[in-house]
Design a protein around this ligand. Structure first.
Ligand code: ADP
Ligand code: MG
Length: 238
């Protein structure tokens, strides 16, 4: 029997606003992402990609439909359970890096540990994460001293700190020049292929589609291309 998908969405709906100003942002999105898949999410600005990603990550709530991620049904889950899932099993990478400037790189990378009581070997694990993105020598620097590509690598190290099973990335190369963006893409590819991490990446980058097992296109709050429930899909590392 196949393992449960990492992400399972059924008829997910979301709107913003009230009355005449109400906008339907997600109009019944169904999607299944098996473990070990790297899925790229593309589509015009405003099509609902970030909203969908935030709902999958538990940062935003669906209005209707079913969201199951790593075995947790979000509608049935209590907030502490959701918070634990977000912190321990899901990593986030955003276009704007979202680093704290008053902390060192190591301080930023180990930030997830401050939400988990009794975390052990915090600095050692932080150094390992920085080493993985090639920034072992930058632990004591402040983000303001780094290039954009280096900042994004610190943000990725932070996302990897808790060894997440799922990495959610919202236009991770959007603020990078193309050479630096390609390095980040290569790193995601390695994470996916060597470590079996499941990735869902919102992107405008063509090259991302060469490392993705599946590219899904959204338009006006719906998936218009790239499969609905993933039933034919069997790829990805076991
Ligand atoms: P994308 O990431 O594809 O550009 P988004 O998911 O950010 O699209 O946005 C989809 C639609 O939802 C847009 O029309 C946007 O204006 C609207 N939207 C997103 N977030 C909010 C919010 N917090 N309040 C109101 N409208 C929002
Ligand atoms: Mg967006």
């Amino acid at each position: 029997m196949a393992a449960d998908p990492v992400i399972q969405l059924e008829s997910v709906r979301k709107s913003y606003g009230e009355g005449a100003g109400k906008t339907q942002v997600l109009r019944g999105v169904s999607l299944s992402v098996p473990r070990g898949e790297l899925i790229a999410l593309v589509g015009q600005s405003g099509s609902g990609k970030s909203t969908l990603l935030n709902i999958v990550g538990g940062l935003d709530k669906a209005e209707g439909g079913t969201v199951r991620v790593l075995g947790l049904d979000y509608r049935a889950a209590r907030e502490p359970e959701l918070a634990r899932l977000r912190n321990a099993k899901i990593g986030f990478v955003f276009q704007a890096f979202n680093l704290l400037d008053h902390l060192t790189c190591l301080g930023n990378v180990t930030l997830p540990a401050s939400f988990a009581r009794g975390a052990k070997d915090v600095d050692k694990r932080g150094m390992e994460a920085l080493g993985r993105v090639g920034l072992g020598d930058y632990a004591a620097r402040k983000p303001s001293e780094l290039s954009g590509g280096q900042k994004q690598r610190v943000a990725i190290a932070r996302a990897l700190f808790n060894r997440p099973e799922l990495l959610l990335c919202d236009e991770p190369t959007g603020n990078l020049d193309s050479a630096t963006g390609h390095e980040v893409i290569e790193f995601f590819k390695e994470l996916n292929q060597k470590d079996g991490v499941t990735l869902m990446i919102v992107t405008h980058e063509r090259r991302m589609s060469t490392i993705a097992q599946r590219v899904i296109t959204m338009r006006d709050g719906a998936i218009v291309e790239g499969d609905l429930a993933g039933d034919e899909h069997t790829g990805g590392p076991a």
